[in-house]
Design a protein around this ligand. Structure first.
Ligand code: 13P
Length: 264
């Protein structure tokens, strides 16, 4: 039984004040509302993990505002070097110190807006796995890659270049993959349940071929791309989808709560 994950990627949204309010409201929901209590108890018993990924400057506000371990914190990016002349970058030990359990690596905006290549993402994945922070490694095809029938080729390239030097044990126990088709991100065009499941099943089959049954069975795979309360239940109930990475709908605490509710 793989632990589900509902993760909110806030991107460039939510300053410190908004982060504090969000965390306080979410924790009040966990404490006071029946659906929130159910989610909190699912989190306490290891059935679900609830994660928020604020911008770097709001991470400390999230850590300071939360009173329990129900909410985990992720960074939206990280650099593989530990220190030095790398203006604008943040290291894994800095994320650890700030209280991050996860780091998102290779989000489509990092790949396509900031042009991070596969080789750089492999370095980030390896460095993260050598730290106390766990990776949420994103993959996904562009619309033209999908239209030309190359979805699986793209996923295979992105994954094989990133995890070629990893071991089965590490992949099964520490890695989370997020399948986020680029054409579905921020567009309102969610992948159908069947398409999302097909891609996540394919990712699991790649893990099986390279790392074997134990690792592929325990590897957690999330779907992301225009997830909202209306479509989260059916996406989340697919065989190979172990949770959701949510952008826009994670910014309002009420819609994030509704999505959590559909997953527990
Ligand atoms: P949206 O949910 O806004 O489409 O964003 C998805 C995403 O990029 C999460 O990382």
């Amino acid at each position: 039984m793989r632990m589900k994950m509902i993760a909110g990627n806030w991107k460039l949204n939510n300053n410190q004040a908004a982060t504090r309010t969000f965390v306080q409201n979410l924790e009040s929901w966990f404490a006071a509302e029946p659906a929130g209590k159910k989610a909190a108890s699912a989190a306490a018993s290891g059935k679900i993990e609830i994660v928020i990924a604020p911008p770097f400057t709001s991470i400390e506000a999230a850590r300071a505002a939360k009173k329990s371990e129900i909410i985990q914190i992720a960074a939206q990016n990280v650099y593989h070097e530990s220190k030095g002349a790398f203006t604008g970058e943040v290291s894994l030990s800095m994320l650890e110190e700030a209280g991050c359990k996860y780091a998102i690596i290779g989000h489509s905006e990092r790949r396509h807006v900031f042009h991070e290549p596969d080789e750089a993402l492999e370095k980030k994945l390896i460095a993260t796995l050598e730290s106390q922070v766990l990776p949420i490694f994103c993959v996904g095809e562009l619309l033209e890659e999908r239209s030309s029938g190359n979805t699986e080729k793209v996923l295979a390239r992105q994954l094989e270049s990133a995890w070629k030097s990893l071991t089965s044990d590490v992949v099964g126990k520490m890695v989370v993959i997020a399948y986020e088709p680029v054409w579905a991100i921020g567009t309102g065009q969610t992948a159908s349940d069947a398409d999302a499941e097909k891609a996540c099943d394919y990712i699991r089959s790649l893990a099986f071929e390279k790392f074997g049954i134990a690792a592929s069975d325990s590897l957690r795979i999330l779907y992301g791309g225009s997830v909202k309360p209306e479509n989260s239940a059916s996406l989340c109930s697919q065989n190979d989808i172990d949770g959701l990475l949510i952008g826009g709908a994670s910014l309002e605490v009420e819609s994030f709560e509704k999505i959590i509710e559909t997953a527990v």
